[in-house]
Write a protein that binds this ligand. Sequence first.
Ligand SMILES: [Zn+2]
Length: 196
Amino acid sequence: MKQDRFHGRTQGTGRLCEAPGCNEPGEFRAPGERAPGFDGPGAYRWFCLDHVRAFNQGYDFFRGMTPEEIARAQSPLSGWAGETRAFRPTAGIDQTPRWADFPDPLDAIAARAKLRREDVRKAQDAMRRGLSVADRQAYDALGLDFEADRRSLRARYSELVRRYHPDRNGGDRTHEARLREVVEAYQHLRRLAAFA
Ligand SMILES: [Zn+2]
């Protein structure tokens, strides 16, 4: 068996480094959100050597990102247009997709890198504007960009309330959860300085 000069290196898994925007192989394991224990073997993050070193020094690559973006960044399939039978969230944690399972590996890898760069750019933009993750989720819930002003906030809010209200849907309550999300997001956003 080939000895590696770095302790803990795992090669040939097909994983990419989870540091957002990095496309090096993810060959080094770091603790993830969930510790090993009663619920199973624990979640791990996989990084390249540079990024696992940075991670071990306490650098948080996921600062300012929403939970959805973190989940996307951590998925071995992040950026792939769709899931294949080879890899679904329910598959074993240490299972890895084989490149041969994908019809267009090069296009898919490019799409994956682009998606992460967009998440990172958006998170950085939000931090520059002093927005919290909760603020960002409220913007997302209403489908508003960070340039939105008070007028567009109110316009979007009333549009969505009309769209999801049971009275406008013949009493159909299927949109209730979405309506509640819209109302909460509006209540959250209207208190921000950007909408004063
Ligand atoms: Zn990396």
